[in-house]
Design a protein around this ligand. Structure first.
Ligand code: GCU
Length: 357
């Protein structure tokens, strides 16, 4: 990276750039979210409201597009429910239609929406024990991550910990793959290259600290607003996996990808506890079976989608760069000691590490 970010930002302003919001999607989504939330509220908000007797529609909020592996795997989960239950349907609302993940968490907690996929960063805000699985380098690879997050001996208490105060149950996880940094103005080789850069992060304390450890300043922001944020120069950089980079088209406004691979991210499927308890014993068995098939399929789709994302973004001009590993690893090392501090966090973290060995 040749120029510090501060200077480039000043020059962009001097030139009267950048242009804002040809993307347009955010406004539409915001309007749709408001309308849908109202519609859900006017249905009475309960999971069963409006369902014919014996039938039940579970509404699921997702912040990804229909091209994302999470949508595909969930869609097949819906097919499984339709074919194997007594009238349970899954309605998926993709593209942040019901709001950003922080809002959606509240909607699932209140029962206005039944289910959602939310990032570990969001659950960290409800119970800091989730930090153990959000920490840099806790998982060696996706297989290790999936083994840990679907081992009830490790996760049992954690996944039921949100029930009492939030009426939420965690069902399991989808991988987010390895997350790396991408920038609007040139590749990054060392943390010094990010000095002065505003890096968009997910909204959580650990993610703020990660951006700082990577060398920049943290700008927490809702996922669906990031394209416009990068385009407008509100943020200079972001961090995510290749699949999100491609399906959200972030490469159009931040074409320099740098393989910091600072953590393997984790999404969770959460469900309103009353909605889960409302399933009959047979339907619950079909639900568990369908979910297992969904996360297994997701891991397979993930590998293919990552490859396609790299090829697709490259074909449209994005550049993928390697970084110097050691300076980033050193910068991130201290975060585990800083954030994994309570006995429970330590137990979870250690159990995950033991499963790798
Ligand atoms: C990934 C992840 C999402 C998360 C997003 C983000 O795409 O799958 O759940 O919201 O990153 O950075 O906000």
């Amino acid at each position: 990276m040749t120029e510090p970010f501060e200077r480039r930002r000043r020059e962009a302003t001097k030139d009267g750039k950048p242009t804002v919001s040809t993307h347009g999607r955010t406004c539409l989504v915001a309007a749709a979210a408001a309308a849908t939330t109202l519609a859900l509220a006017s249905c009475g908000g309960g999971a069963d409201a409006g369902d014919p007797p014996g039938e039940r529609t579970l509404r699921l909020a997702l912040n990804q597009s229909e091209e994302h592996p999470s949508f595909t795997a969930l869609d097949h989960f819906g097919d499984h429910l339709r074919e194997n239950t007594d009238g349970v349907e899954l309605d998926i609302y993709p593209n942040e239609t019901l709001g950003g993940q922080a809002e959606v968490l509240q909607l699932v907690s209140s029962g206005a929406v039944d289910m959602a996929i939310v990032s570990g960063a969001q659950l960290e805000n409800l119970n800091r024990d989730f930090i153990a699985f959000n920490a840099p380098r806790v998982f060696d690879d996706i297989e290790h991550q999936m083994d840990v997050v679907h081992d009830p001996e490790i996760t049992g208490d954690l996944y039921s910990s949100l029930d009492e105060n939030h009426d939420l149950t965690v069902v399991g996880g989808f991988t987010q793959g390895a997350r790396s940094v991408y920038t609007a103005d040139g590749p990054v080789e060392t943390p010094e290259d990010l000095a002065g850069a505003n890096i968009r992060v997910q909204e959580s304390p650990l993610n703020v600290a990660i951006a700082e450890a990577l060398g920049g300043s943290a700008a927490p922001m809702v996922y669906g607003e990031l394209y416009t944020g990068l385009q407008a120069g509100v943020v200079d950089a972001a961090e995510n996996n290749e699949v999100s980079y491609f399906t959200q088209r972030h490469y159009e406004v931040a074409p320099y990808w740098s393989y910091t691979e600072h953590l393997i991210g984790l999404d969770y499927l959460i469900i309103n506890s009353d909605a889960l308890d409302g399933l009959s014993e047979q339907d619950r068995a079909a639900f568990d079976e369908g979910w297992t098939a969904a996360y297994e399929e997701h891991a397979v789709l993930w590998a293919e989608a990552t490859q396609e994302a790299i090829e697709g973004a490259e074909a449209d001009g994005a550049e993928f760069h390697q970084v110097e590993e050691a300076p980033f690893a050193e910068a991130l090392d201290g975060l585990v000691d800083e954030f994994v501090v309570t006995e429970t966090q330590r137990e979870l973290y250690d159990a995950a590490r033991e499963a790798a060995e």
